[in-house]
Write a protein that binds this ligand. Sequence first.
Ligand code: GUN
Length: 292
Amino acid sequence: MSARLLDGKQIAADMREEMRQEVADLTNLGIVPGLGVVLVGDDPASHSYVTAKAKACAETGIFSDDHRLPASTTQDDLLALIARLNRDPRLHGILVQLPLPRHIDENAVLLAVDPDKDVDGFHPLNVGRMIAGQPTFLPCTPHGVLHMLARSGITIEGAHAVIVGRSQIVGKPLANLLMRKNGLGNATVTVCHTRSRDIGALTRQADILVAAAGQPQTITADMVRDGAVVVDVGVNRIVDASRKKGYRLVGDVDFETVSRKAGWITPVPGGVGPMTITMLLYNTIESARRQV
Ligand code: GUN
């Protein structure tokens, strides 16, 4: 392997150490930052995320109020719970884990979260503020990617960033943040997706290549320029009988071959994932700080 590792796990640990102090300072002022987390259904990956979020909150001194509801939960019951969390003065942030079961209208749920507690940055008001360049909660995965790059000493300004994937959670907001006129932006941005022609011709132009397609093996070595920075947002479970759990996690990038060609690369797990959770804590603390 010739690429250097973008060590999201270490960077996240450093940031959380700094946050622990901020939480302690707020707690001394009588404000314990609090996060409400709602998970509906049995998706195993979502359960793992939510467990990791609760653990990260506990380690940082943030109060977390977890609600795990059965897949049969009605939309009305979910909306009633969100209304209750909106009113709960102990909570500065609310997160509804996605995806939701198919009988629930995701847009209705995201609209129901109080924009002032929307630490995911998914409410249309906050999406609008982000695009308008106004202060708001920034979506955690794209924001985490930017901090990981910056803390690794990678220059974003002027770079050609190519994103593969146009999801509402990652691709779209990341493209927007990379374009913003500030220290974490000022990149030239290309977004590729399933209907793009000759994706390899586009990805080979990337100084910074972000894989956020949700498919293993989306990025192979022939699609990467020598020395490029490769950020793998994918988290895919693949069957592996040699593992105790019966599966292992892989990203969207063929790590084995791409790591021989890239200049920098994120591992999966231990790359973007810990950064996402860290930015969730960051937004929750920021929301609590607004009360001071
Ligand atoms: N599902 C996958 N990523 C996320 C995220 O960042 N926030 C929420 N709420 N759900 C997700």
